[in-house]
Design a protein around this ligand. Structure first.
Ligand SMILES: [Zn+2]
Length: 135
C-alpha cells in the first residue's frame, strides 16, 4: 500500500502553502454555502468550493513542478504584500496621535514625521526628495 502511494506520487508536485490556503477557502465557501438560504447562491457556492478543491488537488498531482512552484511563489508574494499593507495600517493607526504619515511624491515611500511641529520640510531618506507639509 505505502509503496503504491510513493510510486504514484513520484514526480508529482505535492503540497505547498497555496494548497492549504485553497483548502481553507473551499471550507469557508462550504460553510457560507450551508448558511445561505437562497438555493441558486447555495448551489453556486458549492460549485465554487468544488472547483477550488479540484484545482488544489490538480496542483498536488501535477507533474509540471515548475509551473506549480511559480503559482505558489506568486501567491506568497501577493500574500506578503497584503499582510505588509495591513501591518502598515495597524502601525499608522496606533501612532496616529503622535505621528503623521506622508508619501514621498517622487518614490512613493511611506514617511513618518512627528505631529504638531507646524509646517516642516520633509526629506525622503530613500531618494533625498524634499517637500513641505503641515504636521
Ligand atoms: Zn522618496
Amino acid at each position: 500500500m505505502r509503496d503504491w502511494v510513493i510510486k504514484f506520487m513520484d514526480g508529482r508536485y505535492g503540497f505547498d502553502k497555496l494548497y492549504f490556503i485553497l483548502f481553507i477557502i473551499s471550507i469557508i465557501l462550504l460553510l457560507f454555502g450551508a448558511l445561505i438560504l437562497v438555493p441558486i447562491i447555495k448551489l453556486f457556492m458549492l460549485i465554487l468550493a468544488f472547483v477550488v478543491v479540484a484545482y488544489a488537488l490538480f496542483r498536488v498531482f501535477s507533474r509540471n513542478k515548475y509551473k506549480r512552484s511559480r503559482e505558489n511563489l506568486l501567491y506568497l508574494r501577493l500574500s506578503s504584500k497584503v499582510t505588509g499593507f495591513i501591518k502598515q495600517r495597524i502601525k499608522m493607526f496606533r501612532e496616529r496621535k503622535t505621528h503623521k504619515f506622508f508619501k514621498c511624491p517622487k518614490c512613493n515611500a511611506n514617511l513618518r514625521v512627528p505631529k504638531g511641529k507646524g509646517s516642516i520640510k520633509i526629506s525622503c531618506p530613500k531618494c533625498n526628495e524634499s517637500f513641505i507639509e503641515r504636521t
